[in-house]
Design a protein around this ligand. Structure first.
Ligand code: PMP
Length: 361
């Protein structure tokens, strides 16, 4: 007999992440595949983080500290908030999942941009919630459209800043106007996964708005600028009252022992962060110049990736690049059929990408 699966679970489309490097190497028999598809840090992890994780290995027979005391304290200092305002997760995905579990019921709604990071929609649907997509206006989030989409049944609104996949950044005054227009009973999840790449990003972060808007949750991650996507650490900053509910639905050991040690060391390695920021901005500038010189259109971005209008079907270009061992992101199904999304890589990776693209186009 078949196990009964609720209709709202059946309705979830499978999540297809960017193709892993090893898979493509196997398929094509290549020894060198370049992945510029998932907005990871091309420098690798901070050496200080690697060292801290190696040191922590001898404690692997023990459960991790379920409260992640040291990492939480360090983040509280870093973000200038009380430790009680923080909730750490197994990636920022996990923090979103907690918010959804704590605050959404079947039939309730979450307003989100479209296209957006796919996990918003998937996680909302896991509890029987209904996603309400609001199309972008050109390259920009339609903040007015999102406000207009809020109804009585709306429990959550997702905003990504800088936005993925466009890389556009909303200034703080527009964010304030947006938050003013959202009812205080609706949780606003402001995803700042890429804010470390924004010039003077700390100054324009939504974290400074938390005392004014108790319905705001700011999401951050160690997966991008901190170069630790593989150990899965993200966190949310929010009012203590909201954090208490997320902790109720949090799995007790959701940030593992190596992840706590690695993230703590990475947070202290400011030199690595600055090096990353420079590498990324130089890479985006170089790539944009090269692409423009080919007559393609590049879209300005404040993140570590950007969209390129390749002036033909983006999916075909993506596939042709894949066959050459270069993984970029196809924007097929994301509302940008003529675009591909490129993450800035190491100078050599960027050169390989350009060489492949010249052959493909
Ligand atoms: N938010 C956005 C906008 C993202 O692009 C991503 C990763 N692609 C995430 C969140 C997830 O980050 P994490 O690795 O912390 O789960």
């Amino acid at each position: 007999m078949e196990i009964a699966v609720p209709d709202f679970i059946r309705a979830i489309a499978p999540y297809v992440p960017g193709k892993p490097i090893e898979e493509l190497e196997r398929e094509l028999g290549l020894s060198r595949v370049v992945k510029l598809a998932s907005n990871e840090n091309p420098l690798g992890p901070s050496p200080m983080a690697v060292q801290a994780m190696q040191k922590a290995m001898v404690k692997l027979h023990r459960y991790p500290d379920g409260s992640a005391y040291y990492l939480t304290e360090a983040l509280a200092t870093h973000m200038q908030v009380a430790p009680e305002c923080l909730v750490l997760g197994n990636g920022s995905d996990d923090v979103i999942a907690m918010a959804v579990r704590a605050f959404m019921r079947t039939g309730e709604k979450a307003v989100m941009p479209h296209p957006a990071f796919l996990m918003y929609d998937i996680l909302v649907k896991t509890v029987g919630g209904i996603s309400v997509p609001v199309p972008l206006q050109g390259m920009d989030l339609d903040l007015d459209g999102m406000v207009a989409a809020v109804e009585d049944e709306t429990r959550m609104v997702f905003v990504t800043n800088p936005n993925n996949p466009t890389g556009r950044f909303i200034p703080l005054d527009r964010m304030v106007a947006f938050l003013d227009a959202i009812p205080s009973s609706v949780l606003v999840l402001l995803d700042e996964a890429y804010i470390e790449f924004v010039n003077d990003g700390d100054r324009y972060s939504g974290v400074s708005l938390l005392t004014t808007y108790p319905n705001l949750v700011v999401l951050r991650t160690f997966s991008k600028a901190y170069g630790l996507a593989g150990i899965r650490v993200g966190y949310g900053v929010m009012a203590k009252e909201v954090a208490l509910w997320l902790h109720r639905v949090r799995q007790p050991f959701n940030v593992n022992l190596l992840a706590q040690a690695g993230a703590l060391a990475a947070l202290e390695d400011d030199g690595f962060l600055q090096e990353t920021r420079k590498l990324v901005s130089d890479g985006i500038r170089w790539l944009s110049e090269q692409l423009e010189a080919m007559g393609l259109i590049t879209h300005p971005s404040e993140a570590n990736f950007f969209l390129v209008d390749v002036k033909r079907e983006g999916k075909k270009v993506f596939e042709a690049m894949l066959a050459k061992g270069i993984i970029v992101r196809s924007m097929h199904g994301y509302g940008f059929p003529r675009c591909i999304r490129i993450t800035a890589g190491l100078p050599e990776e960027n050169r390989m990408l350009m060489d492949a693209l010249r052959e493909v186009l």
